[in-house]
Every structure is written in C-alpha cells, then in structure tokens.
Design a protein around this ligand. Structure first.
Ligand SMILES: [Zn+2]
Length: 451
C-alpha cells in the first residue's frame, strides 16, 4: 500500500507539472503566438500569405495583393510615397508601418487555429486606417523634397488624419540605390514617431507653462528687457538677427520669440522646476500610437550652468522633441488639458471620446496657452497663412543644429474650431525658418482636410 501511495504522489506531481506547463504554453501562445508566427525568419508566411487590404478613412485602397500575389500600393506615386511609413514596405524594413505592426490582423492570424479560418467563418483580413490619403499627399508635397515629419489628428476622437515622414520612396518602384544614395539616409525610420529633433522656440511654450506653475497670478506681467543679446553665465544669449525687442511681457515675448526674455525666465524658474514641468508635460517618456511607441522627447538639466539653462529655455542646449509627443501636447492644450490617445485604425480601440486621455497641462494652463497661441497667429504670423475661419493657434520654432546644416523648422498648434478639431505638429529639416518652411505644410494639410 505504501508503494502504491508513493507512486500516486509521484503521478500527481507529474500531472500537476504537466498541467502547469500546458497552461503556461497556452497563455504564452495566446499572448505571443502572433509574434512567433510573424517573425522575419518565418519569412514564407509574410511573403506568401495573402495580406489583407489596407484602406484610408474614405475607403481609398492604400495596399492590396493582386491575383499574381504581388503587393501593390496606392493609386498615385504621390500617395504611395506620402503613405510609405504609415502603410509600410513589402519587405517589412519599416517596422512602424501597419503592414508590419498589424501583420497579425492582415494575415488573419488568430491564436486558436493559427493562420487557418475559424470554423464559424472566415476572418476579415482588411484594415481601415484613420488617415486621409489626399491630405497626406498634400503635406508630403508641401515639404518640397525636404526631410521632415507632418502629423495632424482630431483632438476629440484621437483619429490620426495626416502622418507623413520624409525622405520616402515609392514602394511599388523601390529605387536600386536606396542603401547607397545619401539622400535616402534614414529612409526606413518614421520621423513622426521614431525620431526626435532640436525644437528651438516651440519649447518656449513649455518654459512659459513652468512660469505659470511657479507664479500663477503674476506670470503674464513678468517683464524682461531685451537688447538683442545678453551675457548670461559668461556667454552670450542672442535673439534672431540680434533684434532688440525692448522690455516685453510674456505674450509679447512669445509673439516676438525673444530668446533673451526666455533665457532670463528659465534662470528665474530654475533648472529643477523647468525639468519637472517638462516631464509633467510628457518629456523623458514614450507614448503609444495604437501599439507603436514614440521616441522620447528629452530634457536633462542637472548640472547645466546658467548659460546652458538659458539656451535650454529657448529649446536649444540638449533639448530634443518627438513630433508625435508634440502632437499630443497640442491636443492637450486644445482640449482643455486632456490629450485623447491617438489611433491609426478606424475599427480598433474604444469609442471616440470615451478613451480617456491624460492631462499634459492643467485646464487653467490650457486656457492661457490657447489665448497666447491664438494671439501669435492673429498678431504676428497672420491668419491669411491658413484656410479661412479655422481660428488657428500656433507656435513656430527654428531649432539650430550646427554650422553645416540649416535649422529644424517647426510649426505646432491646433484649430480652435468645433467643426475641425485638428491639432498638428510639423518639422522640416534644413529649411529657411519655422513659418517659411513648416507653415505651408500645415496649411496644405488643413486645406485638404476642410475641403
Ligand atoms: Zn529679444
């Protein structure tokens, strides 16, 4: 009897171990099965499986597989190039394209039967995106061959309407010199989500928000004098063209984009407080566009001297920002503080407006920033730069990146308009200036969206 009892215990232990192992395998398969099936070394699946159709928000076909098994893309070269980084390439080198990131859905993979159809019917392999192909093509065209990134999203629903990264190429006619021609450097990288750039003056919005937090009742009256340049911490801080802006309030200094004002302001705020506020506004962390993580916006002010802190306050020194994060920050300001999470697929996610965004600025800060950014366009940039009646609120930036290359030219902002609740973030590399280079891209995208 003793022997039988001992054997029973051993059997029970083995059975328990088997069940634990089987359970673990089932859970792993459910969570990671799609990843295993879609690994690049399972190339035969990715190449030969009939990938579903990808369409834009209006049903225009952005990618499909023809009867010969060839993968074909949008209806014109302009659309194919503009949508390259959003749709992805045939070889899967652009890992942030939905053709790669949503390969489970596009191949109909499911964790019950793998790639086979479910017993109760086939699986819908098609994916409808939120982007508008014509607005994307308009934004790409307005980049005029320069490298950069353009994003527009609906800050009420989270739908991404424009997502464009340059340089790009036509995925149906891949250039042979793609890996040799320097013009294609970084061509597989999606500049909207996977890169960060020197922001220049768009960062003054962050410095000003830190001032709002430090002096909630008196920040707008804080005045500093500008003579075109000023020695801070032993070296010069200069304004563009050494223009002397005189003594200004916060709104005037933001409109004039006065470096001397904001360098003094940053030093009075202090590095620790400025960094803490920037982090509350989304720096030094990643966000998610559906399942695609963004590169981090970076700020590190520990150990910065007074001159470095001054330059950081105007978006130079070592400050970097990601366009996707800037888009969400603009959405947060436009939407009373709440940054609605962005989405790229029409059918995925929660119902529009119910998805629950986090606050990157407070409701009070949002109201104040909105008024300042509206004043920028009304009194400094000119409403005539944009389609009529949109009440555009914006800030430009010119991020200096060194001697050999022209600056990063930025425009970030939103339409304060119930019918067109659109936020935008545009950066153009090696351009003449924020308004001159990025303004037309914003305008082209908005014009296509409100037509
Ligand atoms: Zn100035």
């Amino acid at each position: 009897m003793k022997t039988v009892g001992f054997r029973s215990i051993v059997l029970y232990i083995l059975l328990a171990a088997f069940l634990l192992g089987a359970g673990y395998l089932a859970v792993e398969l459910a969570i990671h099965g799609g990843d295993w099936a879609m690994q690049p070394y399972n190339g035969h699946l990715y190449d030969t499986a009939e990938l579903g159709k990808i369409t834009d928000r209006n049903g225009h076909v952005l990618a499909y597989t023809d009867d010969d098994g060839d993968r074909l893309y949008g209806e014109s070269e302009a659309i194919r190039r503009a949508l390259l980084h959003t749709v992805g390439d045939t070889r899967g080198y652009i890992s942030t394209g939905v053709q790669h990131s949503l390969s489970d859905r596009l191949t109909g993979y499911n964790f019950i039967t793998g790639l086979s159809d479910l017993p109760f019917g086939g699986i819908d392999r098609d994916v409808a995106l939120t982007v508008d192909q014509d607005a994307c093509a308009a934004a790409y065209g307005a980049l005029e061959g320069r490298n950069g990134a353009a994003l527009v999203y609906n800050y009420k629903t989270g739908e991404v309407l424009v997502k464009v990264s340059a340089p790009g190429f036509d995925p149906e006619n891949e250039p042979e010199d793609l890996n040799d021609d320097p013009a294609y450097n970084g061509v597989y990288l999606d500049n909207t989500l996977s890169a960060s750039f020197t922001p220049g003056s768009i960062f003054k919005l962050v410095t000003l928000t830190a001032a709002m937090e430090k002096w909630p009742d008196s920040w707008s009256q804080r005045a500093y004098a500008c003579e075109g340049s000023m020695e801070i911490g032993g070296s010069e801080i200069t304004c563009f063209d050494h223009t002397a802006h005189g003594t200004q309030t916060a709104a005037e200094a933001l409109g004039n984009s006065c470096n001397v004002y904001f360098a003094q302001l940053a030093n009075d705020i202090g590095g620790e407080a400025l960094q803490a506020k920037a982090e509350a506004m989304g720096f030094n962390r990643s966000f998610s566009f559906d399942s695609i993580p963004t590169a981090e916006s970076e700020i590190k002010l520990s150990g910065a001297d007074a001159n470095q802190l001054g330059w950081a306050g105007v978006g130079q020194h070592t400050v970097l920002v990601n366009p996707g994060h800037m888009l969400l920050l603009m959405g947060s300001i436009a939407n009373g503080g709440e940054a609605v999470p962005p989405r790229l697929t029409k059918s995925a996610g929660l119902l529009p407006g119910l998805s629950g965004g986090e606050k990157l600025v407070t409701a009070a800060e949002a109201v104040q920033l909105k008024a300042l950014m509206r004043s920028n366009v009304e009194n400094y940039y000119g409403d005539w730069n944009f389609p009529a009646g949109l009440d555009v609120c914006a800030k430009t930036g010119t991020g200096e990146v060194g001697e050999e290359k022209g600056p990063n030219c930025w425009m970030v902002g939103f339409c304060d308009n119930a019918q067109y609740p659109y936020a935008f973030a545009v950066v153009v590399e090696d351009g003449p200036g924020g308004m001159a280079a990025a303004g037309p891209v914003v305008s082209a995208a908005l014009s296509a969206l409100v037509d």
